[in-house]
Design a protein around this ligand. Sequence first.
Ligand code: TRP
Length: 334
Amino acid sequence: MDKNRILTGDRPTGRLHIGHYFGSLKNRVKLQDEYDTYILIADVQALTDNFSNPEKVRKNVREVLIDYLSVGIDPKKTTIYLQSMVPETAELTVFYSNLVTIARLERNPTVKTEIAQKREVFGESVTYGFLGYPVSQAADITIMDGTIVPAGEDQEPLIEQCREIVRKFNSIYGDVLREPQILLSKEKRIKGLDGNEKMGKSLGNAIYISDSPEEITKKVMSAVTDPNRITKETKGDPDVCMVSYYHNLFSTPEECKTVCEECRAGKRGCVACKKQLANNIIEYLKPMREKRAYYEAHPEILDKILIEGTKKAKEEAKKNMKRIKKAMKLDYFE
Ligand code: TRP
């Protein structure tokens, strides 16, 4: 009960990209050696803004799971489970819904931003389910007694909301729940190929962990470079070039130094620079592509991982629900 536990997860709405990798997956791989780790594939949360597209959510459960495994999340160390298959989460969401006001949810900055971005889904009026997803996320975390939530900055308001719910719960029903803390990743957010501050599927500026060598080359060739550079001889500014930015992630320190020096001196063309980068990314992601190919050929292993992870998560959820119901005087006939 007093040991820390990691709980985090992703909405299965698409394959994961290198922004996810550097921003969180890489860290999770490291943390699984130090902590008892649970990762949920948040299919119910994905439905809150994809309710009319269940096929998309279902298909991406598998894609996200393969991405996890291919970057090195090890099901022997990390319990990977499906949110919808732990119905205690939904039950707890209902209990928590009394402890949070509509006005508070409407003020949640993450929810606010997302609603503005999802006009095509919600039009002028947002659904009850979407507005309430922070409540369900609080249930995700606490039903597993999670205390550490590794996540990006955008998740901060959601974790804060969870902490408030926990405090409110404990003040009414007794000291039953633990307040989780967010663990922000030290690495900053990865920019898109187009220089956009955010890499994202909807922005069309992402390199996916699963991209083929051809896709990687094609994307790198389209990356934004110093706009003032007209010919190879023009002295370039690597500080405003996305190719140089990615060299820093995928190339050796010596290579990065040479790339910058030659660019500034007008001795290196952007095409050569991009080809070198593309090759380095292809090499970097190669072991992940190989693992992906293996899992794609062995779907029965994927099923087994999810079935076993979900079984373990369910046992944990049952245990915690028992304590919660007892505190809420809902432990009839026990
Ligand atoms: N909101 C998270 C995202 O959009 C996914 C998520 C669902 C989650 N439940 C969670 C993250 C619990 C951390 C903890 O990526």
